[in-house]
Write a protein that binds this ligand. Structure first.
Ligand SMILES: [Zn+2]
Length: 177
């Protein structure tokens, strides 16, 4: 009897302890989540957050624009000219993103396959050829001339850009997923 009792105790004790511990930890996770939810809107968004949001909205706009000929499901890469599923599209900058004067330029940015954008350093020679075909040599030369124009984008502008491109994207007939 004694032995049985002690066995039961051994089994029961950890079971009894576990459940309150678990619910306690769940509670604390939940309250952490609630606190962060409350705090976020009151905290002023950092410049990097605003930049990311503007970049994201602009990227979706460019990829949506360049997939219209394929009903939002595919695109033709500006540099290698392949037609690929839209899920493989990046927003590729001809003059790279570090140049603020052209970071949000609709002519400077085009749907580009991941391979060209990420592994071929933008495949810039073919990008130039593709861009000339798309917008003409004069506009490409103008982009190249604007490359070193100083342009500091304010937080106010970044917020506007994000809003603008979200709204512009919705206007396209075909939306990308
Ligand atoms: Zn490509």
């Amino acid at each position: 009897m004694n032995h049985e009792k002690s066995l039961k105790m051994k089994i029961k004790t950890p079971l009894r302890r576990k459940s309150p511990l678990r619910s306690r930890s769940m509670k604390s996770e939940k309250s952490k989540f609630e606190i962060s939810e409350i705090k976020t809107p009151t905290r002023k968004a950092s410049r990097s957050t605003l930049m990311r949001k503007a970049d994201d909205a602009f990227s979706v706009f460019i990829r949506t624009r360049d997939s219209q000929a394929y009903e939002g499901r595919a695109f033709r890469c500006i540099s290698c000219n392949r037609v690929l599923p839209i899920t493989q599209a990046d927003c590729g900058h001809y003059v790279n993103r570090s140049h603020m004067s052209l970071r949000f330029s609709e002519q400077n940015c085009n749907a580009q396959c991941r391979h060209c954008n990420r592994f071929q350093e933008g495949n810039i020679q073919d990008y130039r050829k593709g861009l000339i075909k798309k917008i003409g040599e004069t506009k490409v030369l103008l982009l190249e001339a604007q490359k070193n124009v100083t342009n500091k984008i304010t937080s106010f502008e970044l917020e506007l850009l994000a809003k603008h491109y979200k709204a512009e994207t919705k206007k396209f007939k075909y939306q990308i997923k």
